[in-house]
Ligand binder design. Structure first.
Ligand code: ZN
Length: 537
């Protein structure tokens, strides 16, 4: 039995004749008993018809049972007889139209009603076991791994206009008879849709909980081309609400329409739009089900053993310069393992294409977009790491692990204060001997003034930055070569310190050795960031 009260009768009567579906009528009566929406709509329709027919006959057994107070009320005297006369043929017509429509729709028997003027079929043929099964099949086909899901519904913007029109149609009755004061008190189409569908979808997916918050979202979108123009009058009444934006196809977004409806006066609305809304011949079209899993974050450290490998794809004027990159070599096996659709790569600083990164490697993190798999255990992560390491001898990763989005920010925290150690192969113009370079080992905390290097000036602003070389050591190789070890503040331009960058870095190694020097090779020996945590081998 529907939880309706005596006060709902004029509303039910008006909405039935306006062409509202039974579930939309429950919404406007603010019925919040979910089971009422789940029962077949033909059953609900019969109950509604019986409910108002009782009123016609001047007796109301339903409400007498559930609502003794309402039963004591006199029969709605403010309902003019003319309306009653209209009601009957309208309901009969609805019944016969329904038979015709039933043939066109494949599905259970309650899908044959005429298209509701408010929900445009969303709470009719698009709700129930058949659409739930279809939706679940679409989800299963994507082969996601998930424990729970959240259902999201996107409705055509014009539904708001129709809802508003319908609200104005019954506003007087609703306010007079009930506790409802505002359109917001009406149960939303989305809400009712979820009440009906969630349980059915859950059952189809083997009992997966359909909840309000989940990392996995299943989205259904409805469009209705026939009534797309319903919103257009709002653009003339409230041009401010409809400003073109770059990435939206239409200015008539749901948000803009809601905003315009809040501003428009009832009189103005009624001048431009029929009340109740006009009937349509077609119902909404469901679009493809969209599944989306929140990102998974992966962290680790990488070594780069190759002097011709950029960190990220190197493209100049649309043309690729190197066949691969650190991030691509790392990402490919990870994307495959998590069946993700894309990634964002970040790292603690970066090395030049000709610089190797040795030692424990450089911390990196990756955001995996829309992963179909989101959990790998320790053993599986270890296997994934091995796959990456076997796939190329140019790179190697360690400490590969799943991290939280929040933990990722730790990598960038205090990056400027961190230290890095390097080894540079240095050439000197003047011949040198061991003793001549020994003084380098005694230099501590040497502060450099570095003008933005010429080689990066095209992408960085001109500035002078102070950086500190904490310590250095020199290892003699031959009269024109030695290895220079450096421990520096992060962000120090080491190459420029060695060759001087035409005097743009001061002091520089040329000045210290009183001869021209150049850097032939550079290796990063360590990046002293204590994240991500080391994983024992
Ligand atoms: Zn409806």
């Amino acid at each position: 039995m529907l939880p309706l009260k005596e006060k709902d009768k004029p509303i039910v009567r008006k909405l039935l004749s306006a062409g509202c579906c039974p579930r939309c009528i429950l919404r406007f009566c603010c019925v919040s008993v979910q089971a009422a929406y789940r029962q077949p709509q033909q059953e609900t329709l019969k109950e509604l018809q019986a409910f108002v027919a009782d009123a016609e006959n001047g007796k109301c057994p339903d409400s007498a049972a559930s609502e003794p107070q309402a039963a004591a009320e006199p029969e709605t005297p403010d309902d003019p007889p003319s309306k009653r006369a209209k009601l009957e043929p309208s309901v009969t017509a609805a019944g016969s139209e329904g038979d015709a429509a039933a043939a066109a729709v494949d599905g259970p028997k309650d899908e044959g009603s005429p298209v509701c003027v408010v929900c445009l079929g969303v709470l009719q043929e698009h709700c129930g076991p058949v659409p739930a099964a279809k939706m679940s099949e679409a989800v299963k086909a994507e082969k996601y791994e998930f424990d729970t899901l959240v259902l999201s519904v996107s409705l055509p913007a014009q539904l708001c206009v129709r809802e508003h029109s319908c609200w104005l149609h019954v506003k007087k009755e609703v306010r007079e008879k009930g506790l409802v004061q505002d359109k917001d008190d009406v149960i939303q189409v989305k809400e009712a849709f979820k009440w009906i569908m969630q349980g059915l979808v859950s059952k189809e997916l083997g009992g997966v909980a359909v909840v309000t918050r989940s990392p996995f979202e299943v989205g259904v979108e409805f469009t209705h081309a026939e009534t797309d123009a319903d919103c257009h009058f709002l653009a003339t009444t409230c041009p401010d609400c409809f400003r073109p934006t770059k990435n939206k196809q239409s200015v008539f977004t749901r948000m803009a329409v809601v905003k315009a409806l809040e501003k428009i006066s009832d009189a103005r609305f009624l001048k431009h739009y029929p009340c109740p809304p006009a009937r349509t011949t077609s119902s909404c079209s469901p679009q493809d089900v969209q599944c989306l899993h929140v990102s998974v974050f992966i962290a680790g450290r990488y070594n780069k053993f190759c002097r011709s490998l950029p960190q990220t794809p190197w493209v100049i004027d649309g043309e690729r310069r190197m066949e691969s990159s650190v991030e691509e070599l790392i990402a490919a096996p990870i994307l495959a393992a998590f069946r993700a659709e894309g990634f964002n790569f970040s790292s603690s600083g970066r090395e030049d294409v000709d610089v190797r990164t040795l030692g424990n490697g450089r911390p990196f993190a990756m955001e995996l977009l829309n992963p179909h798999r989101s959990r790998l255990n320790q053993e599986e992560m270890k296997q994934l790491q091995e796959i990456i390491n076997k796939s190329s001898d140019k790179i190697r990763v360690r400490d590969l692990q799943i991290v939280s989005r929040e933990a990722m920010s730790r990598m960038k925290e205090g990056e400027e204060e961190k230290t890095k150690t390097y080894t540079a192969l240095v050439w000197t113009q003047k011949p040198i001997d061991r003793e001549e370079i020994a003084f380098i080992d005694d230099i501590k905390d040497l502060t450099l003034d570095q003008k933005t290097p010429l080689r990066v000036l095209h992408r960085r602003a001109l500035a002078v930055r102070q950086r500190v070389i904490h310590s250095m050591n020199a290892r003699f190789l031959d009269p024109h070569h030695f290895h220079l070890g450096l421990k520096t503040q992060a962000g120090t331009y080491v190459k420029e310190f060695v060759h001087g960058d035409f005097g743009r870095t001061k002091p520089n190694l040329c000045q210290l050795l009183k001869t021209d020097t150049d850097i032939l090779e550079l290796d990063v020996e360590s990046v002293d960031v204590d994240w991500p945590p080391a994983i024992p081998e």
